[in-house]
Ligand binder design. Sequence first.
Ligand SMILES: C[S@@+](CC[C@H](N)C(=O)[O-])C[C@H]1O[C@@H](n2cnc3c(N)ncnc32)[C@H](O)[C@@H]1O
Length: 247
Amino acid sequence: MDESVEEKSFEPGSARFGNFINYYSFNPPNCRLDQIPPTLLHDCFPDISKDTGLVALDIGCNSGSLTVAMYEHLTANHQVPLDQFHILACDLDPVLIERAQETTKYPHNIQYVTLDIMKHALAEEVMESFIKKYSKSKLDITFCFSITMWIHLQNGDDGLKRFLKEVALRTQYLLIEPQPWKCYKSAMRRVRKLDCDDFVHFKNLKLRNQVEEEINNFLKYQCSMEVMAQFGSTRWKRKLTLYRNKR
Ligand SMILES: C[S@@+](CC[C@H](N)C(=O)[O-])C[C@H]1O[C@@H](n2cnc3c(N)ncnc32)[C@H](O)[C@@H]1O
């Protein structure tokens, strides 16, 4: 679908954290999955044994549709057994998490938790206990789908950098889909149209027009991450990039 048509049909109100209630009726999981190879986990962890399994974190999981679809997509070819892949999926909106918990198909493998990832101490505690439960020292992979803009708008440049640093520290691989600058402008247009307060950090952001490139450079040069693969752009023209931690 053409992006301007897309934008017109996507009028979700002023969800100030991107916590749109019907997000998946506008951005169905398949649009992302089509870009991601089902062999991803095996490609990243060719020596994975059944004993150790894999642990993932999905940050900003909304009502869980993409989390479930990713879980099914990445285990469909049985290179990684279904019961050996565990995802911790978090979102700051308790209503969305409740919805995800009510509809979950894989309660033993996908754990949903209400968590603001920017609350450092709590996030650390929740993640540590998840990782330890599966006898790991780090997350194997972290998913950041369409969340960087919301973190950025709510926490400014320093907040976005802190977020990226902390994510990188805790994970071996990172699959990230940052929003380009035009999405920020659309988000601002929406709040203005609805006569809501602007995002306070917006006018002071220094990471702007080239925000995707700035994120890429920050991950590479400040977080010891290297690009392993580019999976192309989604229907909403957002790039999906896989990074590996060099540490
Ligand atoms: C646009 S939605 C994307 C949902 C999902 N990741 C996807 O791409 O299909 C962004 C989600 O991030 C969540 N979010 C925003 N800031 C967050 C934070 N600081 N901690 C946790 N979740 C957050 C929102 O509540 C929202 O559900």
